[in-house]
Design a protein around this ligand. Structure first.
Ligand code: ZN
Length: 243
């Protein structure tokens, strides 16, 4: 519930820089950064309107950029989190669908590591982007003291179990799969919902499809799913009393 006591759906992953649509009254969204020019506009297009946002350099962007200490992209992230109420660092991670060479992977890891350091130092939760790298990421992230969510998780149930054992969250999109059904059945307390709009869900209201994926597996009333996933998201991103 928000301050006025209204029940809302919390879509924990949208991209307001590329979606030109009115946010429905009954939805809270978090707008996720993924590259420098987007990070820089999020305080204006989201933050100033009271919409939570995150900043980060995604792996599929990072792999084309040589990493150096004090890179301007990192300086800009620092400036944004020091001057704004930033909800998280992300989306960051490893993407082995796009990384082909060892060099690509090395650069993804360098950019990921420096951003994890920032998150840990500033006590910010992390939004993890992972493709074909889930197990490696779980191992790597285990040595950090971080709250995090595996956004748009498409891995196997045994990997999901490890994520849950760490107390981390799993993001459920509108997409259907057999693996996803098993992941959802591990328990609603581990889940947040998202559209990744406009990339997976095309419109904000497609968040109802993510809710429906959970209902299909758990049989819980829609209202309960909306409430639990909302509360999970608020807790993860420390938004209590901020909305
Ligand atoms: Zn995204």
């Amino acid at each position: 519930m928000d301050k006025k006591g209204n029940t809302k759906v919390f879509d924990t992953h949208v991209h307001l820089d590329v979606i030109d649509e009115h946010i429905p009254e009954n939805e809270l969204v978090l707008s996720v950064g993924y590259k420098d020019d987007v990070n820089k506009i999020l305080p204006m297009i989201a933050g100033q309107k009271g919409i939570p946002f995150s900043v980060g350099i995604a792996p599929q962007v990072a792999m084309y950029e040589k990493f150096i200490e004090n890179h301007s992209w990192i300086q800009n992230i620092m400036e944004i989190i020091n001057n704004n109420k930033c909800a998280a660092i992300g989306e960051i991670g490893l993407d082995y669908k796009w990384a082909v060479t060892d060099d690509d992977k090395k650069r993804q890891l360098e950019w990921l590591t420096v951003q994890l350091k920032i998150a840990e130092a500033h006590n910010l939760p992390v939004i993890i982007h992972s493709r074909k790298a889930e197990n490696e990421l779980v191992d790597l992230l285990s040595s950090w003291k971080l709250d995090l969510v595996f956004h748009s998780f498409t891995g196997k149930v045994n990997t999901a179990q490890k994520i849950i054992d760490h107390g981390w969250k799993i993001g459920v999109t509108p997409l259907r799969s057999r693996d996803k059904k098993k992941v959802i059945s591990l328990g609603i307390e581990n889940l947040v919902v998202e559209t990744d709009a406009p990339y997976i869900g095309k419109k904000f209201e497609d968040i109802n499809e993510s809710i429906e994926r959970i209902r299909e597996v758990t049989g819980l009333p829609t209202g309960d799913i909306i409430k639990v996933t909302f509360d999970n998201g608020i807790k993860l991103f420390k938004l209590e009393g901020r909305l």
